[in-house]
Design a protein around this ligand. Structure first.
Ligand SMILES: Cc1cc2nc3c(=O)[nH]c(=O)nc-3n(C[C@H](O)[C@H](O)[C@H](O)COP(=O)(O)OP(=O)(O)OC[C@H]3O[C@@H](n4cnc5c(N)ncnc54)[C@H](O)[C@@H]3O)c2cc1C
Length: 487
């Protein structure tokens, strides 16, 4: 893949002119590129601007730690949904599981390391050859230019494109302010657990506080376990809810939430509870009901008036997150064992005060249910609050520049970027912006559930279809192509 392996050489990178540029080469950007090039076989070249060395990995699938596993079976993680076993077949054909027998579970379900999924996507992208140009840099600004856009990159080059797809997604976590203030320069404070080597400072017997009890917490405990940590871990969040595992037996999705969908958060919850009761009577678990809610998530979301969407997020999101996003069985076993052994304690509590003493980090906690205030000492504190999507416009220079230019704005729920039904950004004037699309989880304020890989893939295909439809015949045939870098 052009440019993927070469270090950036700022002064020598020529400017590029392409029909389509994708900013962000995580899974979403990669999936848009792959499907767009499949939909338009005559399209000569498109660009992805992405600072990481390989396309398709992004935050989730760059994870180097082998204990960070995909959280749904491999048969549900295909880049090509009309070939659902594409990834699983790749695993078997390449022998990628040979070095990791623990990845294989009952009923033929495989849960390999997330990095292995990243390798699979990167390989599919590499196979596109020179039709896909990887500009290994960060986009800094995007401005309207002629009939399209000019993107300025961190290596000093610029890319001109008729159509731009924003696929920048996950922002780094934003630690609670009490922690950030008190521990800013503390050597055993980990504000971003996704940084390479983030947990190196944690010693085997350290008392560890993890702030957050969801999927990131589960990953951190699995990593600490692998690194030989045996000390006590306290993980806290407002409700102390932990991500659930997968059912012992797999059933088809259960219930119907799309026919005459609920118009309020309360009605939706009542309907889900009734469906769970029916499923249990039929000998099935809640999992298959939640699976149906996810599959019908877009219809459900669109039927809810905006205040009800906000109510849903305010009151039910923590419950949704822990039931919807499940953990791999291997990780679940680690959590279960540590809870049984007494070395992992999940608490529903809030942080009241954090101070640094000579010997430890002292934390005052307030229990959610009883209001009881307790104090505890820790050697290390790790943030596990997940990506700070509400901060993307502040933290990502590209989105900041687009907001300044009136070409994009945050959605009202602060989940990401406001988009039109066809995936284009909504500008300051409140109307869709021509030729500027959003792929990936940042569109979920409009789209509804858009986080797990199957949903992200289907949405990427939709965006690829919209982009393909907008491309003129000239571009598709390569007639408008001007010089490209072959970097
Ligand atoms: C830790 C984690 C684990 C997950 N595990 C699973 C799982 O096992 N199964 C599942 O179904 N789903 C999982 N998901 C959910 C889902 O697969 C991801 O949300 C999905 O991969 C989103 O990919 P993305 O490309 O939209 O975002 P990202 O992965 O965030 O990729 C965005 C890319 O944009 C780049 N970028 C950002 N700003 C710029 C800029 N200014 N210029 C150029 N590039 C830029 C970044 O470098 C990054 O590579 C997980 C999510 C996370 C966060």
């Amino acid at each position: 893949m052009s440019g993927a392996d070469a270090p950036a050489q700022p002064s020598r990178v020529p400017d590029l002119h392409v029909p389509v540029a994708i900013i962000g080469g995580g899974f979403s950007g990669a999936a848009v590129a792959w499907h767009l090039l499949r939909l338009r076989p005559a399209l000569e070249r498109i660009v992805i601007i992405e600072p990481r060395a390989e396309l398709g990995r992004g935050l989730a699938y760059s994870a180097a730690d082998p204990s960070h596993r995909i959280n749904v079976p491999a048969t549900r993680m295909s880049l090509i949904p009309d070939q659902p076993t594409h990834f699983n077949d790749w695993l078997e054909a390449t022998g990628a599981l040979d070095a990791d027998p623990a990845a294989r579970r009952s009923e033929g379900r495989n849960f390999p390391a997330r990095a292995v999924f990243g390798a699979y996507v990167a390989e599919q992208l590499a196979a596109l050859g020179p039709r896909l140009v990887h500009v290994r840099a960060s986009a800094q600004t995007v401005e309207a230019s002629g009939d399209g856009y000019r993107i300025h990159t961190s290596d000093g080059a610029s890319v001109e494109a008729e159509i731009v797809v924003l696929a920048v997604a996950h922002a780094p976590p934003s630690p609670p302010s009490a922690l950030a203030r008190a521990l800013a320069s503390h050597p055993s404070f980990v504000p971003d657990p996704w940084q390479a080597g983030a947990l190196d400072a944690v010693r085997p017997d350290d008392r560890v506080l993890i702030v957050g009890t969801g999927l990131t917490m589960a990953d951190i405990v699995a990593s600490l376990e692998r690194l030989g940590h045996r000390g006590a871990i306290v993980a806290l969040s407002r409700r102390g809810l932990r991500s659930r595992g997968h059912p012992a037996q797999v059933h088809e999705p259960f219930g119907d939430f799309a026919t005459d969908p609920a118009r309020s958060a309360g009605a939706l919850v009542r309907r889900i509870r009734a469906a769970v009761a029916q499923a249990e009577q039929a000998g099935q678990s809640w999992h298959c009901v939640l699976d149906q809610v996810r599959l019908q998530g877009s219809v459900i979301w669109h039927a809810l008036p905006p205040p009800e969407r906000a109510r849903l997020l305010r009151h039910l999101r923590p419950f949704w997150d822990v039931h919807r996003f499940r953990i791999a069985p291997q990780v679940e076993e680690v959590l279960d064992r540590r809870i049984t052994e007494g070395t992992l304690d999940l608490r529903a509590a809030s942080l009241r005060e954090v101070t640094v003493g000579d010997d430890a980090i002292h934390v005052t906690l307030r229990a959610r249910r009883t209001g009881e205030v307790t104090q505890a000492a820790f050697d290390a504190v790790i943030t596990a609050t997940g990506p700070a999507h509400g901060r993307v416009f502040a933290d990502n220079p590209v989105l900041a520049s687009l907001e300044r230019a009136g070409l994009a704005r945050p959605d009202t729920l602060r989940l990401g970027i406001e988009v039109a039904p066809d995936g284009r950004t909504i500008g300051a004037a409140g109307v869709p912006v021509p030729g500027l699309f959003v792929a990936g989880p940042l569109a979920r304020g409009t789209v509804g559930e858009l986080m797990g890989l199957p949903d992200v893939t289907n949405y990427a295909i939709r965006i690829a279809g919209e982009v393909a439809a907008q491309l003129g015949a000239d571009e598709v045939l390569g007639g408008a192509a001007r010089p490209y870098a072959s970097a």
